[in-house]
Ligand binder design. Structure first.
Ligand code: 8X3
Length: 256
């Protein structure tokens, strides 16, 4: 008699090479998901997958640029199943005023934060529906909910991600897929601010100056994991999470 083991419930995480994506991969793996780590940096996701497998979890790595639709479609076709998609890949470039912001930065931010999420969601939606109990998570940002000086390009892109999530939820109601938006405020990760300021670590440090406890990647991963592991009929539409020291995008308590 032969027995066939069904593949484990699978969670795909984009931008899993560092920060919130890597932390989410760790926590979903610990929650029992087979995690598929995607990011452009193959070495990093392979190392993380190895670490998770060595710890008794189940993980695979697949190098992927979410802005490359052909690659995204090929990736989707390679999966046995997909139960959860965490659209985490994204980020900010520059903090210039509207008057002087670089249109190329705006375009890049739109491509990664909005079109990357669109490509992944379109490519994996059939599998998510077929799972009978799918979940799409969109990591937006508090920047997707109100603006701040120097933030327009990023705020515009994150508004795009938010609108994608809100609209998708309307459009697929009645099908067995939840759409969850997680909107973090100030999160201190190894790369977010450094990437935004193109490697200028002094400028990056100023973002968190005097803030005793900004959120960590783990804090945000915790909210993602909590939302995903609610009973199937419970859809956390939107979860806004900030550190206690941040009352709004422009009101931050600093002890300097
Ligand atoms: C990051 C939050 O305040 O840097 O998504 O725009 S902020």
């Amino acid at each position: 008699m032969s027995s066939v083991t069904a593949p484990a419930r699978t969670a795909v995480i984009t931008g899993a090479s560092s920060g919130i994506g890597a932390a989410t991969a760790r926590q979903l793996a610990a929650a029992g998901y087979h995690v598929v780590l995607t990011a452009r940096r193959k070495d990093r996701i392979e190392a993380l997958a190895e670490e998770l497998n060595a710890a008794g979890h189940s993980a695979a790595a697949h190098a992927l640029d979410v802005t490359d639709r052909t690659a995204v479609d090929g990736f989707a076709a390679s999966l046995d199943r997909c139960d959860v998609l965490v659209n985490n890949a994204g980020g900010a470039l520059g903090a210039d005023p509207v008057a002087t912001g670089d249109p190329a930065d705006w375009l890049t931010m739109y491509e990664v934060n909005v079109l990357g999420t669109l490509h992944m969601t379109q490519a994996l939606l059939p599998a998510l529906v077929a799972s009978g109990d799918g979940t799409v998570v969109v990591l937006s940002s508090t920047a997707g909910h109100s603006t701040y000086e120097g933030g327009a390009g990023y705020v515009a892109a994150k508004n795009g991600a938010r609108v994608l999530a809100e609209t998708l939820r309307l459009e697929i109601v009645g099908r067995p897929v939840r759409v969850i938006e997680i909107a973090p405020g100030m999160v201190k990760t190894e790369e977010f601010a450094t990437t935004r300021f193109r490697g200028d670590t002094e400028k990056a440090a100023k973002v968190y100056a005097g803030v005793a406890e900004p959120l960590s990647a783990d804090d945000v991963a915790d909210t993602v994991t909590w939302a995903v592991t609610r009973p199937s009929h419970v859809n956390i539409d939107l979860l806004v999470v900030r550190p206690r020291a941040q009352a709004s995008n422009t009101k931050v308590h600093r002890e300097l």
